[in-house]
Ligand binder design. Structure first.
Ligand code: S3P
Length: 450
């Protein structure tokens, strides 16, 4: 089942060269944070280029339920009338975050230090994902959480009456956990400190500084130490959301494996905490160049040009790079299928607790398409067959996971037989224009009744 209705079976087949410009939607991580921080500022935040995927729309609805006024002006322009730090109202109903781990975890953090109660739920995927990683640190502020066995949603959060500032060493590399603690720290007096051993995406820190919070980041022996001074008055901002590198990954990877392709993907954020895939593809021999490198809104940005790369080779992906490309391993494994030799991906146990168990979902689907995959608890490897040698012809389960569905549709674009996906519905969570965008480049991807 798709998260929002009946399953949408899809199929993709080998196509001629992909060419043209792929304008991918706004960054999902930054879109969630724009709405949440906008709701916690005093006054009107305006947002341009917001991702209008279901995950972000669910966060917009949630911010309204907590008392912020959120308005869609059309064409990706939105505004949020914020209620200020500590100003959240108690929602009248259950907050449904749909498929979004980022949405629910960040919102739990944002409300955890206000004296209100809220109950959260989601779809079957989200209700299976671990929440203790967020509710454990929130308990240090004095927040209570009651959920299902194993710390699963649906879950009720009782915000702390008199929150205390916290020092927390994040035990797993997770920007969602780090961000939940920082957002909770906003309404605690004094300094909240978060330490992360491995650097994860830093959009929350950058945006908090932009909204006027006092926040510093220092490199220490134990990792990156982030210090936030609580109870600031956040000043509303204008935010231009950059295009999402995680969505750019799909047309980029398609261009690398479809013969003759030459695709430009403009305006992609190359924040080092997000750009690991592109470095990895270049290590594999991809013809991927950065054009017109510039800075926009404090973030490095470039236009990516990806061309068909017939001589890709398998590599060992450096585990230290994992956090900077954690959402891109599924589509990397597709590119690896067209490379010569083995691609080893280690240090990636977080992949098992995403929208699906992404190692399991990709291993099953790749095997169904004639690719050899080995796996362990925190690693997997794909033995590439080389260009023109990927059989395809398989039916893949997307497991309520947008990135799994899109990855297999990319596989079908260069495999020897069409690849089917049981449900493309989840694609709408992050990349609602995936189908028309890929078709405009020349791909053959469609909804099938088969
Ligand atoms: C995200 C953090 C990552 C990533 C997710 C978005 C964020 O999750 O996988 O798609 O916006 O903070 P984790 O925090 O679980 O690593």
């Amino acid at each position: 089942m798709s998260s929002h209705g009946e399953p949408i079976p899809m199929i993709s087949s080998a196509c001629g060269p992909l060419s043209g410009t792929a304008e991918v939607p706004g960054d999902k991580s930054i879109s969630h944070r724009s709405l949440i921080l906008g709701a916690m500022a005093v006054g009107e935040t305006t947002i341009e280029g917001l991702l209008e995927g279901q995950d972000v729309l669910d966060t917009a609805k949630a911010m309204q339920a907590f008392g912020a006024e959120v308005t869609n002006h059309g064409g990706g322009r939105w505004s949020v009338q914020g209620v200020g730090v500590g100003g959240f109202a108690e929602p009248e109903n259950v907050i449904d975050c749909g498929n979004s781990g980022t949405g629910v975890r960040l919102i739990m953090g944002a409300m955890a230090t206000s004296p209100i109660v809220a109950t959260f739920t989601g779809d079957a995927s989200l209700n299976g994902r671990p929440m203790a990683r967020v509710t454990d640190p929130l308990a240090l502020f004095g927040t209570q959480a009651v959920g299902r066995a194993g710390g699963r949603l649906p879950m009720t959060i009782v915000g702390a009456q008199d929150p205390l500032p916290v020092r927390y060493e994040v035990p797993v590399p997770s920007a969602q956990v780090k961000s939940a603690v920082l957002l909770a720290g906003l309404n605690a007096p004094g300094k909240t400190v978060v330490v992360e051993a491995e650097a994860t995406r830093d959009h929350t820190e950058r945006m908090l500084a932009g909204f006027g919070a006092e926040i510093t980041s220092e490199h220490k022996d134990e990792g990156r130490e982030i210090t936030l001074t609580g109870q600031p008055e956040l000043k509303p901002q204008h935010i231009d959301v950059p295009r999402d590198p995680s969505s750019a990954a799909f047309p980029v990877c398609a261009a690398l494996i479809v013969p003759g392709s030459d695709v430009l993907v403009p305006g992609i954020g190359l924040n080092p905490t997000r750009a690991g895939l592109f470095a990895t593809l270049r290590d594999m021999g991809a013809d991927l160049t950065y054009e017109n490198e510039r800075e926009e809104g404090g973030e490095p940005v470039a236009d990516l040009r990806a061309r068909f790369s017939p001589d890709l080779k398998g590599i060992e992906v450096p585990p230290a790079r994992a956090a900077s490309m954690i959402d891109e391993y599924p589509v990397l494994s597709v590119v690896a299928s067209f490379a010569q030799g083995k691609t080893m991906m280690a240090g990636v146990k977080e992949l098992r607790v995403k929208e699906s168990d992404r190692i399991d979902a990709m291993a099953k689907g790749l095997r169904a398409n004639g690719i050899e995959v080995d796996e362990g608890p925190d690693w997997w490897s794909v033995t590439g067959r080389g260009h023109g040698q990927v059989p395809g012809g398989g039916l893949c389960a997307s497991q309520l996971d947008h990135r799994i569905a899109m990855s297999f549709l990319i596989l079908g674009m260069a495999a020897n037989a069409p690849v089917r996906v049981d449900d493309g519905g989840p694609i709408a969570t992050s990349f609602p224009i995936f189908e028309p965008l890929m078709e405009a480049l020349g791909a053959q991807v469609s909804r099938s009744t088969a």
